[in-house]
Ligand binder design. Structure first.
Ligand code: F6R
Ligand code: MG
Length: 359
């Protein structure tokens, strides 16, 4: 909604503004509960309600909260105020208007632990590797081997974000085909995970969902990072909380660092330290843990604050040093194809007429 300073964090006044908007909505019973959070320069709204996915009234609420925060950002002259709101007026659904969306409709279980992941300085596709590991890698998720309720695996819904098509893939049966797609994370993005028929949770209900919006597709040009979010349900026939967090101990490489044009390690960090400053990064992910109680969010717990992620952070810093030393060279810089939507083509245009045929 506007960075403070530059693209590094969210000003507390924006959080307060969004909170007061959503408090009104809660009072009028449009929402059951909400939390306003932030990661880097991104503001996130976590909302529960009984109106189902893609509800116009709920999307309008989110839009109004973002608009109100943008007004404050403009008043404070925060950096890039309103950058991610692509339209002047709300058109019924927030999808395609700038903000990323991850919605799921669930029947709350007897006990419903859920983790909200939020990122900054990265792109749609950043969650492919961790979500794959959580729901398909037996070296990550012991439950796939030893819990009969996990043993049959999960169904992956993958989107081709270039062609706007989607496919359901059965895992582990189609694991190699799945990897053939999702390894290309700038094009094929995991959207949802479902249980198989016969599980405790209906196969219609998502157990994980990721925002897949690509900002450049909405704006037609580079305006900022997608900074995706994900919601993951855990335990009792699903991967345990620790299995859901474990892939983030790797610090895997993602695109989106500095000017949306560089690769960097996705560093798991605490809420307090989610302010990317070094070379506008490195990319961050935070994890907010909740128990749901009849739609109320009990929490959050700042899950990556745990000292057990200190080494992962240390490794990310080492990877950051190593990659930074490459400066404008790949693989610190993204491959040419992924630079198509950055500001680089403008620079390349000026060089176009300099070229002559080579022998
Ligand atoms: C934005 C971001 C930053 C900016 C960079 C240049 O999400 O991550 O790395 O791309 O700070 O910003 P401008 O072009 O606005 O000066
Ligand atoms: Mg951001």
């Amino acid at each position: 909604m506007g960075g403070y300073p530059g693209h590094s964090s969210v000003h507390p006044a924006l959080i307060e503004t969004a909170e007061s908007k959503l408090t009104e909505a809660k009072k009028s019973e449009a929402l059951i509960d909400f939390r306003v959070m932030s990661c880097g320069d991104d503001l996130q709204l976590l909302m529960s309600h009984k109106k189902g996915c893609d509800n116009g009234e709920v999307h309008a609420l989110a839009w109004e909260a973002f608009e109100a925060a943008t007004e404050v950002a403009k008043r404070l002259k925060l950096y890039g105020a309103g950058q991610d709101l692509m339209a002047d007026a709300f058109s019924g659904n927030i999808c395609g208007m700038g903000p990323g969306v991850a919605e799921m409709e669930i029947n709350e279980r007897t006990s419903e632990p859920v983790v909200a992941f939020m990122t900054d300085k990265t792109q749609a596709g950043a969650f492919n590797l961790p979500i794959f590991k959580i729901f398909a890698d037996p070296f990550n998720t012991a439950g796939l081997v030893i819990d009969p309720a996990c043993h049959q695996g999960f169904t992956f819904e993958v989107w081709d974000v270039r062609e706007h098509r989607k496919v359901l893939m059965d895992c582990p049966g189609e694991m190699y085909d799945l990897l053939a797609l999702i390894g290309a994370k700038s094009r094929y993005v995991i959207k949802r995970i479902f249980c198989k028929p016969g599980s405790k949770i209906s196969e219609q209900e998502a157990v994980a969902v990721v925002s897949t919006e690509k900002l450049y597709q909405t704006a037609g040009t580079y305006v900022g990072k997608d900074d995706p979010v994900a919601l993951v349900r855990c335990q009792s026939g699903l991967p345990a909380l620790g299995e859901v967090l474990e892939p983030f101990a790797l610090g895997h490489l993602v695109g989106g660092w500095m000017r949306g044009s560089h690769n960097g390690p996705l560093m798991p960090c605490s809420f307090e330290t989610a302010h990317p400053t070094r070379f506008d990064g490195p990319p961050r992910v935070i994890a907010a843990g909740f128990q749901m109680a009849n739609g109320d969010f009990v929490g959050p717990v700042d899950l990556f604050k745990d000292v057990a992620f200190d080494r992962a952070r240390q490794r990310c810093l080492e990877i950051a040093d190593y990659l930074r030393a490459h400066g404008p060279f790949e693989p610190q810089r993204l491959p040419m194809e992924d630079m198509e939507y950055t500001t680089l083509p403008q620079v390349m245009k000026t060089l176009k007429n300099r070229f002559v045929n080579a022998e």
